[in-house]
Design a protein. Structure first.
Length: 327
């Protein structure tokens, strides 16, 4: 029975984007035993995945993890992170392996010189290419996300105005330049014609409260109700609310990819990063909101704590007027 190790340490969205590789290996490699190695913070994303036989966690000491992995005696390693630590692990294990192409040079050209040599290929396909030597092929089924029963949110526990349908708006993102400013979040909310549940971590709660209080005070639209759920649920709980939403609005962040796993219609908001990097919503209906033709965009392949130019036009100038909910 072949034993296969998948390496991807972070983060939420990236790990969700690797789920087709997990599934395809498990279903297409006869008798495959699939192990996955990630950081402790992201273990819950994989804990309920039926295609994962065992999860290994990167702790404080890489050497301890290497010894744990050596004891498993893997037959093959699929490296979907391709950084220094994964290269050390592969060298120490001494097993056949393949790494996915990060396109660092092409991204560097795009960020620094706005020269687009990026292939028109989603990152999921590049992840799958790293498993091609195992005979794995794209099964066309999209992304996976599995929510344990204990974390499912009963829609009847929500305030009354949100029990008959709502838009889930994921207002958070790891980097400032991937998030709309508060006033622009409010402006976008005003374009929506359904109740809105704001989703994010505890760090997004104050922003969510500002948005909800402003819209409540201005009474812009009596039908527009906003519930700030930021920090009130764990990741699986937020994913449950995404799954039950009529539509999802999201920055370029993990909940966007979770929404894609549930085949939701998505309004995808892009600031300093661009869909051309290959991480747009995968195999679901979506609409991109962005400022095209901005000379300084993309300014990074990830993001910054503030706009390097000081004007933040990539988020400030996104047009919302007449926005249709039809992705």
């Amino acid at each position: 029975m072949p034993k296969i190790l998948i390496l991807r340490f972070s983060s939420i969205g990236d790990i969700v984007l690797t789920t087709p590789v997990i599934r395809c290996i498990k279903e297409q490699v006869p008798g495959a035993e699939v192990h996955y190695c990630t950081k402790k913070a992201f273990q819950s994303i994989l804990a309920n995945n039926p295609y994962v036989d065992k999860v290994h966690v990167l702790g404080d000491k890489l050497g301890d993890l290497v010894q744990e992995l050596k004891a498993e005696n893997f037959d093959y390693v699929v490296d979907l992170h391709n950084n220094l630590r994964t290269r050390v692990i592969k060298a120490k294990l001494g097993k056949p392996s393949r790494s996915f192409n990060k396109l660092n040079y092409e991204k560097w050209l795009m960020v620094n010189f706005k020269i687009n040599r990026l292939p028109d290929v989603h990152i999921v396909q590049r992840y799958l290419d790293a498993a091609a030597a195992l005979g794995v092929k794209d099964d066309g089924k999209g992304l996976d996300y599995f929510i344990p029963a204990k974390d499912e949110v009963d829609i009847h526990t929500l305030p009354a105005g949100f029990q008959n349908g709502y838009v889930a708006f994921a207002i958070g993102a790891q980097h400032y330049t991937k998030r709309l400013p508060v006033d622009r979040i409010i402006e976008l909310c005003e374009q929506l014609q359904q109740p809105i549940i704001l989703l994010g971590g505890k760090e997004d709660f104050d922003t969510g409260d500002t948005v909800a209080e402003f819209l409540r005070a201005t009474n812009f639209n009596e039908a527009l109700k906003v519930y700030n759920a930021c920090g009130k649920y764990n990741l699986n709980g937020s994913a449950s609310l995404v799954r039950q939403a009529t539509q999802v609005v999201s920055h370029d962040t993990g909940l966007m990819h979770i929404a894609a796993a549930f085949q939701k219609d998505i309004i995808s908001v892009w600031g300093n990063t661009i869909p051309e990097f290959g991480m747009y919503p995968f195999r679901t209906k979506y609409k991109v909101l962005e400022v095209q033709g901005l000379s300084c965009r993309p300014c990074s392949k990830i993001g910054y704590k503030k706009c390097p130019k000081g004007h933040f036009k990539c988020m400030r100038d996104i047009p919302f007027d007449g926005l249709s909910l039809n992705a």
